[in-house]
Design a protein around this ligand. Structure first.
Ligand code: PAN
Ligand code: ZN
Length: 190
């Protein structure tokens, strides 16, 4: 063994809030139809129902005037070349917004309006992202080692519309390309 300088990465521990009222775990089996490569999805699922992301929620009454907040943790991984991500949603009360603050990891917030305007914002520690009213949003973890950890807050009466994204998909996909993350058009989006 040659005595050369070397380095390695020690992933930081997960950021979990000291108060948690509800812990959600989303596994591969709950994301059917959301990843582009259905064949690889089925193959992976046959081997293991992997944990894709987790949400630590702080509960408040779900009424106007209140805010819901918590921490979202998207784990590193890929389905084929597509990075692990959240389901993504519109808010049921479309005219509600959300704030995300990135605590750890690397990734993107994929966003789009019902009219088809798209915006994809990079996330890295310290980044504050404002998701304006009417924009669907999905977090994507592009780091190979670290979780993408974000703090979020949104109006407590917003509600979640997952159905629209489940049926139509987002207009863009994020794949692991030769020179890093690659954003491509989703050929299945309609
Ligand atoms: C977040 C998200 C969280 C998980 O709290 O709910 O990141 O993503 P999905 O809800 O898309 O599974 C939020 O945006 N609330 O509105
Ligand atoms: Zn939201």
């Amino acid at each position: 063994m040659t005595d050369l300088p070397f380095s390695f990465t020690l992933p930081m521990p997960q950021v979990i809030p000291s108060r948690v009222d509800n812990h959600i775990e989303r596994r591969l089996s709950e994301m059917r139809g959301q990843f582009f490569d259905l064949e690889i999805y089925d193959k992976m699922l046959a081997t293991e129902d992997q944990l894709i992301y987790e949400v630590y929620e702080i509960k408040r009454p779900e009424v106007e005037g209140e805010l819901l907040m918590g921490v979202s943790v998207v784990h590193p991984g890929q389905v084929g070349k597509e990075f692990f991500m959240t389901k993504g949603h519109f808010h049921s009360v479309l005219a509600t917004s959300e704030i995300y603050y990135c605590l750890r990891g690397e990734g993107y917030m994929m966003m789009e309006t019902p009219e088809g305007i798209t915006s994809i914002e990079p996330l890295s520690p310290g980044k504050v992202l404002y998701v304006p009213p009417r924009w669907a949003h999905r977090s994507v973890c592009t780091s190979r080692l670290e979780d993408l950890v974000t703090f979020f807050a949104y109006p407590a009466n917003a509600g979640h519309d997952y159905g629209t994204i489940e049926q139509t998909g987002f207009r863009k996909l994020i794949f692991d390309g030769v020179n890093g993350p690659e954003i491509v058009d989703n050929p299945r989006c309609h």
